[in-house]
Design a protein around this ligand. Structure first.
Ligand SMILES: NC(=O)c1ccc[n+]([C@@H]2O[C@H](COP(=O)([O-])OP(=O)(O)OC[C@H]3O[C@@H](n4cnc5c(N)ncnc54)[C@H](O)[C@@H]3O)[C@@H](O)[C@H]2O)c1
Length: 316
């Protein structure tokens, strides 16, 4: 099988590439190396894959480069590239969100028309549910996005749906719930928390700490995304929640984190951030039934693995 993985130098994309290379797939990876965070981290993410004979890296921007020729011999597209982050998506930055989340997705879908690809899996986001009151969230829950980021991710989902219905592109959307683990982006909570704990600095906590989050370990996200790529035909055109089954109150999480890092932690309270939702909680029954998805890694174990990586990165 030949896979095209967009956003291959990022947190999630690079793990997908590594997993595919272990499964004997041919992988083309595209990334424009957006300097949203330290590019050295992205280069490290890609280091193992770059040394692999079945990996072909193209540094390019999906909003500009010709895409049709790339899809000629590809069986599956994993469209992971995007501009992530809720808090930065307001105001001036919105242009980058519309470009990298909406325009890039539309161009790739347009190129996929008539290409013969078997699956087009789009990395969606739980943020599209916003503060929808009926919990846990099912895929059928009415989206109520609260941030410009979430709105662009929802727009991209609708593009997938339209290209499926009108042009037969075999799209499947997987909605990720807060992903964590080694290579996590530096703007994300666990990365910031663990780094602060390592450096004996106060942990910056936005809001009251009573928010809950459904955290999903990276290897579970990889398994769920690859299961979507291999899903039966009746899954095409559908949306699937990928949550971790580890929903936790942030303040309780900080207690667990203190045990994992082996020392007490102090908290620096910061105000609530625009666009942050109070709770997230996935109903994963559809993913379990159709994709055979079962999250395997619990929060304590996942935190310990991310901490081992954080220590490695910042000690270096
Ligand atoms: N990390 C999470 O918890 C989470 C949750 C929900 C959804 N997602 C989605 O998953 C995807 C990956 O997230 P991540 O955390 O790995 O982010 P990331 O920033 O680490 O990776 C995204 C990669 O996409 C690349 N990219 C962006 N625009 C591009 C373009 N126009 N052309 C080519 N490459 C481009 C970036 O350079 C980056 O390396 C994103 O689409 C994000 O919206 C992530």
């Amino acid at each position: 099988m030949r896979y095209l993985v967009t956003g291959c130098a990022g947190f999630i994309g690079s793990h997908l590439v590594d997993a595919l290379l272990q499964r004997d797939a041919e992988v083309i990876g595209i990334d424009s190396m957006v300097p949203f965070y330290d590019l050295n981290l992205k280069r490290q993410n890609l280091a193992r894959a770059l040394a692999h004979p079945r990996f072909h890296f193209i540094e390019g921007d999906l909003t500009k480069m010709p895409l049709k020729p790339l899809l000629d011999d590809v069986d599956v597209v994993l469209h992971v590239a995007g501009q992530p982050g809720v808090r930065d998506s307001w105001g001036e930055q919105f242009e980058a969100y519309t470009r990298n989340n909406v325009l890039a997705t539309e161009r790739l879908l347009h190129a996929a028309v008539g290409s013969g690809i078997k699956r087009f899996v789009f990395s969606g986001s739980s943020s599209i549910y916003g503060d929808a009151p009926e919990m846990p969230w099912r895929e059928s829950t009415c989206p109520q996005p609260r941030s410009p980021y979430a709105i662009t991710k929802l727009a991209a989902e609708h593009l997938c749906r339209s290209y499926h219905l009108d042009f037969g592109v075999p799209t499947i959307v997987v909605r990720y719930f807060t992903v964590y683990g080694p290579r996590q982006r530096p703007d994300m909570a666990f990365h910031r928390f663990l780094k602060s704990a390592l450096l004996d600095e106060p942990i910056p906590l936005f809001g009251s700490g009573q928010q809950t989050r459904d955290f999903t370990y990276i290897s579970d996200i990889v398994a769920g995304t690859l299961a979507a790529a291999e899903a039966p035909d009746h899954a095409v055109g559908q949306v699937f929640n990928l949550g971790g089954g580890s929903r936790v109150v942030l303040l309780d999480l900080l207690e667990m984190l203190s045990e994992v890092v082996g020392k007490p932690v102090t908290i620096q309270r910061l105000g609530k951030q625009a666009g942050d939702v109070r709770h997230t909680w996935a109903d994963i029954s559809r993913s379990q039934a159709v994709l055979g998805y079962e999250p395997q890694v619990g929060l304590r174990e996942g935190l310990a693995r991310e901490f081992a990586w954080i220590r490695d990165v910042y000690d270096r």
